[in-house]
Design a protein around this ligand. Structure first.
Ligand code: ATP
Length: 302
């Protein structure tokens, strides 16, 4: 048994997000291009003699009980394998919360990976993914990571070649968006065909390793809902293009916006401008990062 494990849980952006229809069970059928980015939460798992799961986090407003996805992930495997020991989970958040970057799902994915390793449960990656989808639709992808096509409710994953490297500016305005309410307000069947993004065009761009084609085809159907409510998202998108991004888009259900830059100097200047300069009124959290495509297929230890 391993007594202590440090894990990195990476965030994601969507290079494309389309919603095909609402199923009878209430879930939405999606087609999304997922991409891991180099922003991560840190998770430390420690074995404790006293039974039970204890969660500690640096953000006072996050739950530390069964409502935290890290708790749910640990509970799921510890119950299934009747593990009598206790576990403490120290979660340090760096991925923006309620942002469309799958922070909570990625934390859950890392804990599934970590508990499997810590107690030598012997589950394969796909067995972890099957369990992960019960916690959240994005959890299987957060176990897989890299560049991938996500279909169904998020559980049908097809790995794609790593997207060509570029600089990514990420900006989250000071509003929190509930994924559930965005999907509730979306009426995908009432939208015109041209409002749906060209997911196949993005895949082609990835296969041809053409970052300009990817940037040109990027689109997110959920912008139709979230931008209506928070016009600042549109302002950030436009500002990023003005500052030299080759494409900009809202990630997931928002409100985080990202911009792709092929020029590292322009990316750095845009970062400075949006963080400290003339455009610093638009977003509260700003990051400069790049795509993360590890060869390993699961959250690694640190
Ligand atoms: P997605 O991109 O999957 O829609 P998100 O970025 O919109 O995710 P998260 O930050 O993953 O949203 O989750 C936000 C909500 O989930 C908050 O209400 C928060 O209280 C709850 N939550 C539970 N566990 C976590 C966690 N480990 N990290 C962040 N939020 C969590």
């Amino acid at each position: 048994m391993i007594k202590h494990l440090g894990l990195k849980a990476y965030g994601k952006i969507n290079l494309g997000l389309d919603v095909l229809r609402k199923r009878e069970d209430g879930y939405h059928e999606v087609r999304m291009i997922m991409q891991t980015v180099g922003i991560f939460d840190r998770i430390e798992l420690s074995l404790e003699e006293e039974p039970g799961i204890r969660v500690e986090t640096n953000l006072f407003y996050l739950p530390t009980n069964e409502n935290n996805l890290v708790y749910q992930a640990a509970r799921m495997l510890m119950d299934e394998f009747c593990i009598p020991d206790g576990v403490s989970i120290r979660l340090r958040k760096f991925i923006p919360v309620s942002a469309g970057m799958a922070g909570g799902s990625s934390d859950a994915a890392a804990v599934l990976f970590g508990i499997n390793k810590m107690f030598r449960l012997g589950l394969t990656t796909s067995q972890l993914m099957e369990r992960g989808v019960k916690i959240g639709a994005d959890v299987p992808y957060c176990i897989l990571r890299g560049t991938a096509l996500s279909e169904g409710i998020g559980e049908i994953l097809t790995p794609l070649p790593p997207a060509p490297q570029c600089q990514i500016l990420i900006a989250k305005p000071g509003v929190n968006v509930s994924t559930r309410s965005v999907y509730t307000s979306l009426h995908a069947d009432r939208l015109k065909p041209e409002q749906h993004p060209d997911i196949d065009g993005i895949i082609k761009g990835i296969q041809e390793q053409d970052i300009y084609q990817i940037a040109g085809k990027m689109g997110n159907l959920l912008e139709t809902v979230t931008i209506r409510e928070y016009p600042v998202i549109q302002e950030i998108k436009e500002k990023m293009l003005e500052l030299g991004a080759i494409g900009s888009l809202m990630s997931g259900s928002g409100p985080t916006v990202f911009g792709l830059f092929t020029n590292a100097d322009a990316a750095r200047q845009a970062f400075e401008n949006m963080r400290y300069g003339a455009a610093s009124n638009l977003a509260k959290q700003i990051y400069l990062t790049s795509f993360y495509n590890a060869k390993t297929s699961a959250p690694e230890c640190v």
